[in-house]
Unconditional design. Structure first.
Length: 256
């Protein structure tokens, strides 16, 4: 069953077309990668899907519901969460507090109930704590719950950012270069971690990634961008053997 569908979404900034007529279809449970040279328009595509940008033209559907032009908070409530290429944690807050903040997305109590610590808010607060601790256990960070997030090693900061996204209970998780800046051991651990959370949380994952070991190791299908245009899509094997992809990355023509 199709979870997310984009029909010819385009993003223009003045006279510059960053993404042109991007067609995308992601089915439930898939891990899909979007790759391409730097500046190809990959993050712009993510920003359209998550509401940071409203497409200049085209439509985006989540479970057949049109979400084109929705605000980021509305899209998060619909079931799409994301991480960023540059980790965006609340660096002066603890590991636990970072996850607790994300849990507030689905809170039902009013500001007044929270300010007065009324019974409904207290119940929700307790549930948020229990849920956050359970989530930290699942991602291997429970023993670090009181540590300041900025003190964590890079790989664990990335896990925390993903845990915070998971706290919003997404159906679709977008990962923007999750392996960026990681050493080989951290990259290997991340690859296993992405598979783990896909299965454990019944997720669908759409990621941008330059690290080909990660992309080829876990992707069901791959889309390739070059100058804002889709030049190829297919399985990892098909992409590895696609001449247009080889030229985009290496600048080598078939004749050469």
């Amino acid at each position: 069953m199709t979870l997310l569908k984009a029909n010819k979404i385009t993003m223009q900034f003045g006279g510059l077309t960053a993404v042109s007529d991007f067609d995308l279809e992601i089915k439930n449970g898939e891990i899909i990668a979007l790759i391409g040279p730097n500046g190809a328009g990959k993050t712009t595509a993510f920003n359209m899907i998550t509401g940071v940008y409203k497409p200049t033209k085209g439509s985006i559907y989540l479970n057949d519901s049109d979400i084109t032009g929705f605000r980021p908070d509305q899209i998060t409530k619909k079931g799409i969460a994301r991480t960023f290429q540059n980790i965006r944690l609340f660096k002066d807050l603890s590991v636990l507090d970072n996850v607790l903040i994300a849990n507030h997305l689905n809170i039902k109590s009013s500001i007044l109930e929270a300010a007065l610590k009324l019974p409904r808010y207290k119940r929700e607060e307790r549930k948020m704590y229990e849920k956050s601790m359970e989530l930290l256990k699942k991602v291997g960070l429970a023993d670090l719950r009181d540590e300041k997030s900025s003190s964590l090693p890079y790989g664990k900061q990335r896990r925390l950012e993903i845990a915070r996204a998971l706290a919003t209970e997404p159906k679709l998780l977008l990962l923007d270069e999750p392996a960026a800046g990681m050493n080989p051991k951290e990259t290997e651990d991340l690859t296993l971690f992405i598979k783990q959370i896909r299965d454990e949380f019944d997720l669908t994952i759409f990621m941008i990634e330059h690290h080909m070991q990660v992309v080829m190791g876990i992707s069901d299908r791959i889309y390739v961008f070059d100058y804002g245009v889709t030049i190829a899509q297919g399985t990892p094997y098909e992409i590895q053997n696609n001449q247009k992809v080889i030229e985009a990355y290496l600048g080598v023509s078939e004749d050469a």
